[in-house]
Design a protein around this ligand. Structure first.
Ligand SMILES: [Zn+2]
Length: 135
């Protein structure tokens, strides 16, 4: 297990900008992953390599508070990418080894299932480093 660098909002935004600039066609870009989705069976996961994490402390249990000041929902394509909020606070960032596009990934684990979820990281304007509101 390799220690992945912890990314903050600025690092995430840089990766999103880099990812957005990629225009070459690639197997990783065939399905739309603008919003969170279960990793499609057709998705070429072997092309992805984890390059960073948003989980600041692996011994800390990340919270479930979401960040939607504009009325978006978890599954909205326009939902903010807020690294301190669910589900970003448990994500790794992966890059495609072929084209360089970046993706956010985490595992949703229930009692009897494991769902590996993915969202494209290519909209720098959605990245917000909002502080976690204490409730
Ligand atoms: Zn690719």
């Amino acid at each position: 297990m390799v220690d992945l660098p912890v990314l903050d909002g600025a690092g995430l935004r840089t990766l999103a900008e880099r990812s957005a600039a990629v225009t070459v066609a690639c197997a990783c870009n065939e399905a739309s992953l603008a919003a969170w989705t279960s990793t499609p069976l057709s998705f070429p996961e072997t092309l992805l390599q984890d390059i960073g994490t948003l989980l600041p402390d692996p011994y800390d249990e990340p919270g479930f508070a979401e960040y939607h000041p504009g009325g978006t929902r978890y599954e909205s394509a326009d939902a903010p990418v807020a690294p301190r909020h669910f589900p970003y606070n448990r994500c790794n960032v992966a890059a495609c080894k072929v084209c360089g596009r970046c993706y956010l990934r985490y595992t949703e684990a229930g009692g009897y299932f494991v769902d590996r979820r993915i969202r494209a990281l290519n909209r720098p304007e959605l990245v917000v480093d909002a502080a976690l509101a204490l409730s």
